[in-house]
Design a protein around this ligand. Sequence first.
Ligand SMILES: *[C@@H]1O[C@H](CO)[C@@H](O)[C@H](O)[C@H]1NC(C)=O
Ligand SMILES: *[C@@H]1O[C@H](CO)[C@@H](O)[C@H](O)[C@H]1NC(C)=O
Ligand SMILES: *[C@@H]1O[C@H](CO)[C@@H](O)[C@H](O)[C@H]1NC(C)=O
Ligand SMILES: *[C@@H]1O[C@H](CO)[C@@H](O)[C@H](O)[C@H]1NC(C)=O
Length: 238
Amino acid sequence: MVSIKSICIKLLMLLPLSNIWVSRDFDFFYFVQQWPGSFCDTKKSCCFPLTGKPVANFSIHGLWPNFNDGSYPSSCNIAENPFNQSQIIDLVPRAEKSWASLSCAGGSKKENKTNSDNERFWKHEWDKHGTCSYSVLDEHAYFEAALNLKDQFDLLQILQNNGIKPDGNLYSIVNISEAIEQAIGFQPGITCNRDALGNRQLNEIYLCVDKSASNFIECPILPKSGKSCTGFVEFPIF
Ligand SMILES: *[C@@H]1O[C@H](CO)[C@@H](O)[C@H](O)[C@H]1NC(C)=O
Ligand SMILES: *[C@@H]1O[C@H](CO)[C@@H](O)[C@H](O)[C@H]1NC(C)=O
Ligand SMILES: *[C@@H]1O[C@H](CO)[C@@H](O)[C@H](O)[C@H]1NC(C)=O
Ligand SMILES: *[C@@H]1O[C@H](CO)[C@@H](O)[C@H](O)[C@H]1NC(C)=O
């Protein structure tokens, strides 16, 4: 019976629209880290958590289940697996350091700018992404895996060892990519955004991780970095 069921599932997966009937499991994770300086110097600007300004370091954006074709599942079974902050209470000190929110909780309008809300950020990441890897990781395991991944490599130090510093100067995307590839063994994905003046800048670094969320792997597919992420880009001060 089990094997008939699994054959049926495999057959359904061959159909292009199978997603409507069978929710596929994911293939790998993107582990995405952002440079806080590039989040904060945009037109929208940013807010800090009540714990204060985060350290000038790469910071976790999220651990995102992804498919090999580049698409990704999102917001899976939120009702069955709701975010519960008390499940990760022991991880909060680490998350406050490595996974801080910079989004203004009261909106980005000047008069309402107050603080960011870490708990809201973590809930959003869990709801949108974490719930889709629930077959592999429960909430505690998911957050712990992301925090452990961050500590495996010190991206900022890797770049600084190659003369690439967050000093507002321009650096070559190829150099940034090669520095990380040399240190980690795998080519990263890099995305850029624009500061308030419209200058292109280094925004996020994508690394790929296997389904156990513990080993870095070669990316099955790199995220689209776009035309703005070529040549030389700014690495802003934070
Ligand atoms: C959240 O988790 C705690 C600790 O495991 C548990 O006692 C509590 O019932 C949970 N709350 C909800 C709303 O599920
Ligand atoms: C600021 O926040 C208050 C209270 O949440 C809200 O009523 C108001 O519309 C907000 N103003 C703007 C400009 O967003
Ligand atoms: C930046 O993060 C890495 C990885 O977690 C850590 O090893 C390093 O000590 C941090 N650097 C600073 C300046 O906080
Ligand atoms: C790349 O980095 C090296 C140092 O690691 C530096 O000598 C070289 O000038 C850089 N090249 C570009 C194009 O920035």
